[in-house]
Design a protein around this ligand. Structure first.
Ligand SMILES: [Cu+2]
Length: 127
């Protein structure tokens, strides 16, 4: 019994010790761009955006109600319910078209929804 406990505790300790290193590794570099999508009641603005791969999208709830951000397909990204002023961020590294919606006020392509189109990043380009 004592041995089983130790087996469970050691991996947890390793995770805790490594967490600061991982967090540091994810610090944005100056090359990383961030764009913000405002969440309102009940919409996203801008509703559609095109970004180069590697851009982080930050959804910020500026509405009075709770909202979320769920992908139309798959589980590549997705937030919990966001309270007022809460944010959710996701970095899009793969080109493609990513539809998303709020499950409280919409459905894929219906009601409160939006689209992020990710295009191949061009090195050295600032546009
Ligand atoms: Cu909503």
């Amino acid at each position: 019994m004592r041995r089983r406990l130790a087996v469970a505790v050691v991996p947890a300790a390793v995770v805790l010790l490594c967490a600061p290193i991982w967090a540091h590794a994810e610090q944005p570099t100056p090359d990383d761009a961030t764009v913000e999508v405002r969440i309102g009641d009940n919409f996203y603005k801008p509703k559609r955006m095109t970004i180069p791969a590697g851009t982080t999208v930050v959804w910020r709830n500026r509405g009075g109600n709770d909202h979320n951000v769920l992908p139309d397909r798959g589980k590549r990204f997705g937030s919990d319910e966001l309270e007022r002023d809460a944010t959710y961020s996701y970095r899009f590294d793969k080109p493609g078209r990513y539809g998303y919606y709020c499950s409280l006020h919409g459905a894929p392509g219906n009601g409160q929804f939006g689209t992020v189109k990710v295009v191949k990043a061009r090195r050295g380009s600032t546009t």
